[in-house]
Design a protein around this ligand. Structure first.
Ligand code: FMN
Length: 207
């Protein structure tokens, strides 16, 4: 059995394309291996910004935290524990204003913690999350493939690599808001990518 952490970040609810494609990806992966799915849906529970009081809570020694600080630290610790416990991470990745949903940035700020998900060394930082597969299910209104306007995928690849998550695959639906024909093409391309990554995964499991 594989434990999957599924992170839903869209603000579009039932109309979310990234959520729909995540469902399809997970159905394909579940056909190969039993999955236990842990869900984190930002529409159901907001991820608070890592503000000053939050940082103070995390920086304080455990014994010195007041009740509010204990709650803040426990929330961040829970996000990290979910990530550490997962074999596979599936993140819905809508492009909003050329970048990532702000609550996903907040989630990343919570899980990037020195000593737990990365460490400092004399040669720079080292990611501590090892051996996990990551699928980033991206949905974009436009087509950014040949432009310099995609600040979403390069950033995600970098920050995930920073915490050690280097086995990252993108599934991308482009052109969703560019009329019915391009939308259909974008969805069909994404579905082909899902079939390909699921087939690759099947081979990895068999090897
Ligand atoms: C607030 C907002 C900002 C958006 N900004 C962009 C953008 O900068 N570039 C783009 O190509 N599409 C943009 N879109 C379109 C979304 O990428 C598209 O609707 C996609 O389906 C979002 O994924 P979702 O359906 O899973 O939420 C934006 C949509 C919203 C709601």
């Amino acid at each position: 059995m594989n434990t999957v952490l599924r992170i839903t970040t869209s603000i579009m609810g039932e109309d979310s394309v990234s959520s729909m494609l995540m469902d399809e990806l997970l159905a394909n992966l579940a056909a190969q291996k039993t999955l236990e799915i842990i869900e984190r849906d930002f529409a159901k529970q907001s991820i608070p910004h890592l503000d000053g009081p939050w940082l103070a809570a995390l920086s304080a020694g455990e014994a010195d935290r007041n009740l509010q600080q204990q709650e803040k630290a426990a929330f961040s610790d829970q996000l990290i524990a979910e990530l550490q416990g997962a074999d596979i991470l599936v993140i819905g990745l809508p492009m909003y204003n050329f970048s990532l949903p702000s609550m996903l940035k907040a989630w990343l700020d919570h899980i990037a913690r020195a000593g737990l998900t990365f460490k400092y060394t004399e040669n720079g930082t080292v990611g501590l999350l090892k051996g996990k597969k990551v699928f980033l299910v991206t949905a974009m209104g436009g087509i950014h493939e040949t432009l310099t306007t995609d600040f979403l995928r390069p950033y995600m690849k970098h920050i995930l690599g920073f915490v050690g998550l280097i086995d990252v695959e993108f599934i991308t639906a482009n052109g969703l808001n560019m009329g019915p024909e391009l939308r259909e093409k974008g969805l069909a391309d994404a579905r082909n990518q899902i079939i390909n990554v699921a087939s690759n995964r099947e081979q990895e499991i068999a090897a």
